[in-house]
Ligand binder design. Structure first.
Ligand code: ATP
Ligand code: MG
Length: 460
């Protein structure tokens, strides 16, 4: 943390040197300084400079340029295939809609540019020779693990409500907490998140849920988050008396998100699982009843949760793979898993191995956020037993028409008339194989086909 020298990539260094040599001031700024000070590898190296876009264009005329952000002062320079964003020092003008500055205004001064940035940890700049420029106490807050707005938090969130979610995303990414005034202002302004576009809210929430500290951030800042997803509010404080649970619905959700282990899933699977875990119990408050024994029941919360999750994800304009994937999981997340090879093969036939692997991951996360009792441990063991056998059968078993040792042509060759009856018969044969009544080899299947059709003829 004390290191003052940041190792710049060669190309970023060249850009700064070129700008300096032409008489402009220039710094790397924002996330790359923050991440470097934390000893993390920065994703992008953003640069800010006193040069205006037209001046950058002529200075870097020999390079491939990206000019889509020019109006806002940003020129992209592509070096060795990697784009670097260079932005003129600017002030963001007034914000009429909590999100878009009505206009940006270029300035000559780094200090003004740093003052417009969202959080102290994101408002530091660095240039070789000069060192770190930290006018808002970013280093101190980095060391203390604090997200603090630059300037007055109420005013900063009023300018741009998305910053509320950015604060939570950085908290989840870095395992930081919100400084008290920043937190209070975020809470007070949470409902202004409704003015932010769905795409941006989705992107921030997605980043938050993917972050290592997501569960902890959800647990701490549920109320603030309810500004983005109002359905959360009813989960907070929705108690679950009985022998299964030790948390209310919201704290259980947060604990499940923390417990989720998406290792071994592909990228989409991991995204689907984060959201499915986040929303798996979202309909519990709608389904809550308390039995005569004082225990809470949530009958129908799988199906109603699926419906509600679809509504929420559509509202957030989530991609369709994610909506379908998460909703499918939520709809059966609490249903018992089958035992026995026949039932597992039918389950594989209906849902596929990828879905079932995800379902197991969701179930582990869910169960790990229950009370630690022998009953819960035994349910977890049931999931593990299912997962192992399911994975074996997915490799070796026959559970799709394609894997059947005969196809429609074989059946017709053996004398069955063409038509829908062929499909029906294949279906029955697959059922017989999955149930273990007929081995999956050509001879046995053709024999079974003959028996089945002879039976049909008799019935006719
Ligand atoms: P990441 O690693 O997630 O990209 P980052 O800090 O680089 O983190 P960006 O969204 O790329 O975040 O933004 C770059 C910089 O621009 C930030 O560090 C911050 O200084 C500033 N910034 C971005 N969005 C805002 C905003 N909504 N309000 C104020 N400043 C912002
Ligand atoms: Mg960035």
């Amino acid at each position: 943390m004390r290191q003052e020298n940041i190792r710049l990539p060669r190309d970023a260094m060249w850009l700064l040197q070129t700008l300096h040599a032409a008489g402009y001031s220039a710094y790397v700024v924002g996330g790359c300084v923050r991440d470097s000070l934390l000893g993390r590898q920065p994703g992008d190296w953003d640069i800010c400079t006193s040069a205006r876009p037209d001046q950058m264009r002529s200075l870097f005329a020999d390079q491939q340029l990206i000019l889509t952000g020019e109006k806002h002062g940003t020129v992209g320079v592509v070096l060795h295939g990697k784009p670097y964003e260079i932005t003129t020092y600017r002030l963001d003008g007034t914000y009429r809609d909590h999100r878009h500055p009505d206009k940006v205004c270029f300035v000559q001064d780094l200090a003004a540019d740093l003052a417009r940035r969202d959080f102290t940890i994101n408002a530091m700049a660095y240039a070789p020779g000069e060192g770190i420029v930290d006018l808002h106490g970013g280093r101190k807050d980095l060391a203390a693990g604090i997200i603090r707005c630059v300037g007055n938090p109420t005013a900063r969130f009023a300018e741009d409500a998305l910053r509320i979610l950015r604060a939570l995303r950085f908290a989840a990414r870095l395992n930081f907490t919100l400084e008290a005034e920043t937190e209070a202002a975020a809470l007070a302004a949470k409902d202004t998140l409704q003015t932010v576009s769905a795409e941006r809210i989705y992107a921030e929430l997605d980043g938050l849920l993917a972050a290592p500290g997501a569960g902890h951030t959800l647990a701490q800042y549920g109320e603030i988050l309810s500004g983005a997803v109002p359905e959360i509010a009813a989960c907070i404080g929705c108690t679950q008396p009985g022998r299964w649970h030790c948390y209310d619905v919201w704290q259980h959700t947060a604990a499940a998100v923390a417990a989720l282990d998406a290792r071994g899933q592909d990228t989409r699977g991991a995204r689907v699982l984060c959201w499915a875990t986040f929303l798996h119990d979202i309909a519990k408050p709608l389904c809550r009843s308390v039995g005569p024994d004082g225990a809470a029941h949530f009958k129908g919360h799988n199906q109603r949760g699926a419906v509600l999750a679809r509504t929420i994800l559509r509202r957030l304009k989530a991609p369709s793979y994610l909506i379908d994937g998460a909703v499918g999981l939520i709809g059966i997340h609490d249903a018992p898993l089958p035992t026995g090879d026949a039932a597992i093969l039918k389950c594989l036939n209906r849902y596929g191995a990828i879905f079932l692997r995800r379902l197991c991951a969701l179930k582990y996360a869910d169960l790990d956020a229950h009370a630690h009792t022998p009953e819960v441990a035994s349910r977890r063991q049931d999931v593990a037993t299912f997962e192992i056998r399911m994975a074996e059968l997915a490799k070796t078993g026959c559970y799709t028409m394609r894997q059947l040792a005969v196809n429609g042509a074989d059946l017709m060759e053996a004398g069955l008339p063409a038509g829908p009856a062929v499909g029906r018969l294949l279906h029955e044969l697959l059922g017989a194989v999955m149930e273990g009544r007929v081995p999956n080899d050509r001879k046995s299947l053709l024999l079974e086909a003959r028996i089945l059709t002879a039976g049909e003829e008799k019935i006719k």
